[in-house]
Design a protein around this ligand. Structure first.
Ligand code: IMP
Length: 203
């Protein structure tokens, strides 16, 4: 049984593969399908972008698609970088550029609460979105990087539930509580239902 994971980002794909590892599914990365163009993430919410990616990739591939969009929402910055988290420091910026910019923007701020939010959308092979799910994790932006694991903003996001940054956690520990882990686990019920209803999701 195949399902397309609507991301070309290898870090995200390997996290999602680990999160869904209990299901008997063959996960295909968007990076491995030649005919799939990049979807322009131009909606003003992460939900809008997740739905757009799932719809467009399902139409292009004629497969079931799970597509997600994530943002880091900092309270004291009115929710920034939010939907612009990937390109906070500009087009083609690195993960490090984004972290440096965020720490600079927050310099001198006492109020540092933040949350990671992921919305995942599931589209059928006709490009219709049949379910969405959201996962949230609360924490704060610390003053200096801590830890060597993960990617993106992991080393400056201190998770309130564990007292560690995501970069100080192993991948299993991160997935148990992370925004992405929570969103995809909520979606498991939907995926299992489809597998049962259709006898498979070969697209
Ligand atoms: P995306 O929509 O999932 O690609 O996420 C947008 C941006 O948010 C990424 O480019 C990363 O900078 C950041 N991001 C997403 N997920 C995570 C995470 O789990 N840890 C740290 N940063 C993340």
């Amino acid at each position: 049984m195949q399902i397309l994971i609507g991301t070309k980002n290898r870090d995200k794909f390997s996290e999602i593969r680990e999160i869904l590892s209990d299901l008997d599914l063959e996960l295909v990365s968007a990076a491995d399908l030649d005919q799939l163009p990049d979807v322009i993430e131009d909606r003003d919410t992460i939900t809008g972008n997740a739905i757009k990616k799932a719809e467009e990739m399902a139409i292009r591939s004629a497969m079931y698609v799970l597509a997600d969009d994530t943002g880091l929402f900092v309270e004291a910055l009115s929710g920034a970088p939010g939907v612009y988290s990937a390109r906070y420091a500009g087009e083609d910026c690195s993960y490090r550029d984004n972290r440096v910019k965020l720490l600079r923007e927050m310099s001198g701020m006492q109020e540092r609460n933040a949350s990671f939010r992921t919305v995942v959308a599931l589209a059928n092979s006709d490009g219709e979105v049949i379910a969405t799910a959201e996962g949230i994790v609360e924490g704060e932006i610390i003053l200096e990087e801590r830890g060597d694991n993960g990617f993106g903003y992991d080393s400056i996001f201190l998770c309130h539930e564990t007292g560690k940054t995501f970069a100080e956690m192993g991948s299993e520990e991160k997935h148990k509580i992370s925004h992405r882990g929570r969103a995809f686990r909520k979606m498991l019920t939907e995926i299992i239902k489809i597998i049962q209803d259709t006898g498979g999701i070969d697209g």
